[in-house]
Design a protein around this ligand. Structure first.
Ligand code: COA
Ligand code: ZN
Length: 307
């Protein structure tokens, strides 16, 4: 019945860039409340060196907790083989890799070139097939800075297409396109999703959009019209990459849910329960600014969720 699949990335993309640490117990309560609102997939953290991103130091514990919640897909980000091994040991259902199309961002973010990252993903796919056969985690490769980069500037679309083809060729289960720094516009979204889909078909799955210039929802709608049904978003619009100057929050989960539900396109998410979860986000990081229009304005009078 749900036609839109939302992956909530706030606990990872949001908290990695927050100025304040959310206590582990508060993270658990927040994640549980988002699951109770009907969010079916949550990126709960990342397996990166804790010294690099202290907010992600408790990811193994958070994954273990999230695995006790029924009916959610538990996702973790990994930047390399070591992170993948930690993710496999944690039991995460899905692991996502950041693979920048911008060479400059790739080097700043993961200290590897895009080509080296492709090989890293390939090794993880091989490790999975050696150790656990098909029971290992799902593997997603996200093409970061696919629509432009604050360090490099323009990112040629041909580079993005080539990288997506290489990633699909590693045996990764799915590929996402990410507007890491919020440079994309709807025309560009339509063009690039179409180009990449022409090359890798249904392996192209999610849109990971940031709202830095206010075009997050417009871009999500453009991607929807291009056939995309999987969206990353962040409660309260938290988010950003600490290694991409100027990056700010993801498209706001609450507003994304409102847009699709009011269009009659079911997301499986209950808006009122989402607002309950938002209270726990605010309680967990009280000093952190949270965004979103619909949470502030409220639902329109007579609003009916999609059937
Ligand atoms: N988890 C925990 N520790 C890790 C690790 C991981 N995934 N990867 C490497 N390490 C450890 C190594 O064991 C080594 O430890 P030691 O000093 O005790 O021997 C140390 O970190 C350095 O390892 P190295 O392989 O040289 O890594 P690096 O310093 O070149 O950093 C990355 C490379 C990929 C680990 C790092 O750039 C990174 O984590 N980037 C991701 C950033 C991020 O999350 N961005 C936001 C998401 S888009
Ligand atoms: Zn992001």
């Amino acid at each position: 019945m749900r036609q839109i699949h939302i992956c909530e990335v706030g606990p990872r993309d949001g908290l990695q860039n927050a100025h304040h640490l959310m206590p582990t117990e508060a993270k658990k309560a927040w994640i549980a409340s988002m699951a109770a609102a009907g969010i079916e997939e949550i990126e709960v953290g990342s397996f990166v060196p804790p010294k690099l991103i202290p907010a992600m130091a408790d990811t193994a514990e958070i994954v273990a907790f999230a695995l006790t919640i029924p009916n959610i897909k538990v996702v973790a980000l990994a930047p390399n083989v070591k992170g993948f091994e930690r993710a496999v040991a944690s039991g995460a259902h899905k692991v996502t890799f950041p693979v920048s199309a911008s060479r400059a961002h790739s080097l700043a973010n993961v200290r590897m070139t895009p080509e080296q990252m492709v090989e890293e993903v390939r090794r993880c796919v091989e490790l999975r097939s050696q150790s656990r056969g098909k029971n290992g985690p799902e593997i997603e490769a996200g093409v970061s800075t696919a629509f432009g980069c604050t360090m490099q500037g323009e990112v040629p679309e041909d580079d993005v297409v080539r990288l997506a083809v290489m990633l699909a060729g590693t045996g990764a289960d799915c590929v996402a396109l990410a507007d890491t720094v919020g440079y994309a516009n709807p025309a560009q979204i339509r063009r690039l999703f179409r180009k990449v889909r022409n090359e890798i078909g249904d392996k192209l799955e999610a849109a990971h959009l940031h709202n830095t210039r206010g075009l997050g929802l417009a871009n999500a709608l453009a991607a929807y019209e291009e056939g995309v049904r999987h969206f990353d978003s962040s409660m309260g619009g938290l988010g950003g990459c600490p290694f991409a100057p100027g990056a700010s929050g993801n498209v706001v989960t609450e507003d994304l849910v409102f847009m699709f539900e009011s269009m009659g396109v079911p997301t499986g998410v209950n808006f009122d329960k989402l607002l309950e979860a938002r209270k726990l986000l605010v309680a967990g990081v009280p000093e952190e600014p949270v965004y979103g229009h619909t949470p502030l304005a409220g639902l329109p009078k007579g609003f009916r969720a999609a059937a």
